[in-house]
Design a protein around this ligand. Structure first.
Ligand code: FAD
Ligand code: UDP
Length: 367
């Protein structure tokens, strides 16, 4: 069969790779000037720079972990971001180090007593928004210093207008463990992420065309291919006929510094409202300081309002948008020739491991 894959991100690349194992002929079109979508990394001064924000691979799905090992060797990186609130440093996620720094407590019992005392203000109430959810999880002190400012910058909305589930992603622990994730497997691919997609697409039956937008020849593509895997925004496929889905955008500002070690950690979050960026990443720490001894590369991540034409990074999965997505999904289900996949095609804030699992599953169902 002749298959067209729209988008060379992880979802499209996994599908393309699997399809060629079955002898299909695959064309991948990508509107950017490079492959790999948002996991794209580029080597500068011997440092792998994550061009679209920090990407840490983590999963508890053994099948996905084994699958990705075919394409890269992973290092032992463990994400342990630090929060900077007005010059004061707190370990994340919320754990005994954070509580000790915040309140001077030393034992889990002392921390629990403090948290329980602070939770009282919304005791017995089901949290209705992110603010209430955060206070019921870890109390007002941590909410005010480490959550409120960061969250309101990130989402451009008041914490009282945001759904509770966003904050439930973060672990709360009564141990001195700074690992940001609870997953069984975690790491960064040695040599960066781009090679993973390169290897997935390295096959004589795959043709890759960069700088090529599906919408320039949509009708022609729909006619001339037997199957299409579409990983762009689902609302755009249908020419926004039911209205626009909302996204949050980001702006990345990358800078080279003439010091060997700028901030001592890969990720530092800036949790106060007054600083316009949410985090600074220092890329060399993802690979334990590899690269030039006297230079380093940092990226500031600024949240941004999204408007049509901007790069859509995060779907806004609130009720209003989820309902609109469900209507688009009904239309998508009627398109026999097209599989809608990935972060934009399924309007879902997927992590990389979930994208791989979803793509493998879609291929299995289809083949
Ligand atoms: P994408 O990577 O977006 O690929 C879609 C591709 O389709 C893009 O290259 C796009 O240019 C192309 N395209 C779109 N429309 C068209 C068109 N009309 N014609 C041609 N091409 C088109 N996940 C983790 O597991 N760990 C992390 O630490 C992590 N950190 C993240 C940090 C940030 C700032 C962001 C934004 C995401 C993060 N993620 C993380 C999520 C991860 O980036 C995604 O799960 C993954 O990249 C999604 O792959 P995808 O193929 O669905 O989408
Ligand atoms: N968050 C916060 N303070 C932090 C880090 C995260 O309040 O220092 C909140 C914020 O609302 C964010 C959510 O937790 O949107 C999820 O954080 P995560 O790091 O998982 O977000 P991502 O890396 O996906 O942007």
């Amino acid at each position: 069969m002749k298959i067209l894959i729209v988008g060379s991100g992880l979802y499209g690349a996994v599908f393309a790779h699997e399809a060629t194992k079955r002898g299909h002929q695959v064309t991948v079109i990508e509107k950017r000037n490079h492959i790999a979508g948002n996991i794209y990394t580029e080597e500068i001064d011997g440092i792998q720079v994550h061009k679209y924000g920090a990407h840490i691979f983590h999963t508890s799905n053994k099948k996905v972990w084994d699958y990705i090992q075919q394409f890269a060797e992973f290092n032992r990186y463990t994400n342990s971001p630090v929060a900077n609130y007005k010059g004061h440093m707190y370990n994340l996620p919320f754990n005994m180090n954070t509580f000790s720094e915040m309140w001077g407590v030393r034992t889990p019992q002392e921390a629990m007593d403090k948290i329980n005392e602070q939770r009282k203000e919304i005791a017995g109430k089901e949290p209705q928004n992110l603010e209430e959810q955060a206070i019921s999880l870890i109390g007002r002190d941590i909410y005010e210093k480490l959550i409120k400012g960061y969250t309101e910058k990130q989402w451009g909305r008041k914490a009282t207008d945001l759904p509770p589930f966003i904050i439930k992603r973060l672990p709360v622990r009564l141990t001195y463990d700074n690992n940001y994730f609870n997953d069984d497997y975690q790491g960064i691919p040695k040599g960066g992420y781009t090679q993973i997609v390169e290897k997935m697409l390295d096959n004589p039956n795959i043709t890759v065309k960069l700088n090529t937008d599906f919408f320039d020849k949509k009708d022609e593509y729909l006619k001339s291919f037997d199957k299409i895997v579409y990983t762009g925004p689902i609302d755009q496929f249908f020419d926004y006929k039911l209205g626009h889905l909302e996204y949050r955008s980001l702006r990345f500002e990358t800078e080279e510094k003439n010091v060997g070690n700028y901030q001592g950690n890969a990720v530092i979050n800036y949790t106060e409202a007054e600083i316009p960026y949410t985090r600074i990443i220092e890329h060399k720490h993802f690979e334990f300081g590899k690269g030039d001894e006297d230079k380093t590369i940092i990226t500031r991540e600024y949240p941004a309002e999204w408007k049509p034409g901007d790069e859509p990074y995060y779907p806004v999965n609130d009720d209003k948008n989820n309902e609109l997505y469900a209507e688009y999904k009904d239309l998508a289900d009627k398109e026999d020739k097209v599989i809608f996949g990935g972060r934009l095609g399924q309007y879902k804030y997927y992590n990389m491991d979930q994208v791989i699992a979803a793509s493998l599953e879609a291929f299995r169902k289809w083949k």
